[in-house]
Design a protein around this ligand. Structure first.
Ligand code: PGA
Length: 232
């Protein structure tokens, strides 16, 4: 199966023109473009092969929640994926596993696919990942979980240029896969790697560490880089 590439643009770029250029460079099958909310609908109209995803959402359908975007709104505009629990949100917005759990439920309710981000700061990798997964999936019926995608993103590797070595990443992937299979009855979970992926290291995570795809931040903002990565 072709690897899934999630392009997480975070709070970039600053204008429509640049966002179109980026979208054009990344408009390939199996690519999910996750631009800021304000660009979503225009990008959706202008791409032919890629799909769009959101970087976050709220957990309610509608109502008095100033500043929030509902999963139903995203679904109605053609989003099929929503990133949930990115470490930057856990850090700057203080999102807890409980909040992540509510958001995952809300995304599943609208039949979209949540991309659950997990990752450790420094050490105790297994303990932290287990806690994040169990917190995020708490009391969600197993039969509802088939759409879930998990992105392993060690926090120390995000945006630092210090990507996780593929052997270490593979060990962690196997741990996550085992947990999802044994505790949550997944047959074949989809697990992505994220954290300083670039055109020189991306293949290792797919071919050597056997991830199902990549969650790419910085390199997805450079048309030259993303084009190279999408060549395979
Ligand atoms: P990075 O970001 O590729 O710039 O490290 C990845 C992410 O935060 O999703």
């Amino acid at each position: 199966m072709k690897p899934l590439i999630v392009a997480n643009w975070k709070m970039n770029p600053l204008n429509f023109k640049q966002s179109f250029q980026l979208a054009e460079a990344s408009d390939e099958k199996n690519v999910i473009l996750c631009p800021p909310f304000v660009f979503l609908s225009e990008i959706k109209k202008n791409i032919r092969k890629a799909e769009i995803g959101a970087q976050d959402c709220f957990w309610e359908k509608e109502g008095s929640f100033t500043g929030e975007i509902s999963p139903l709104m995203l679904q109605k505009m053609g989003c099929r994926y929503v990133i949930i629990g990115h470490s930057e949100r856990r850090n700057y917005l203080k999102e807890t596993d409980e909040v992540v759990n509510r958001k995952i439920r809300a995304v599943l309710r609208e039949s979209m696919k949540p991309i659950l981000c997990i990752g450790e700061k420094k050490e105790k990798t297994k303990q932290i990942l287990r806690q994040q997964i169990n917190g995020a999936l708490k009391n969600i019926p197993k039969k509802n979980l088939s759409k879930l995608i998990v992105a392993y993103e060690p926090i120390w590797a995000i945006g630092t240029g210090r990507a996780c070595g593929f052997k270490e990443a593979e060990k962690t992937r196997i741990f996550i896969e085992k947990l999802l299979k044994e505790k949550y009855s997944f047959k074949k979970p989809i697990i992505l790697y994220g954290g300083s992926v670039n055109s020189r290291n991306y293949l290792d995570y797919i071919t050597k560490a056997c991830f199902d795809g990549l969650l790419i931040g910085g390199a997805s903002l450079k048309p030259g880089e993303i084009k190279k990565i999408l060549k395979f």
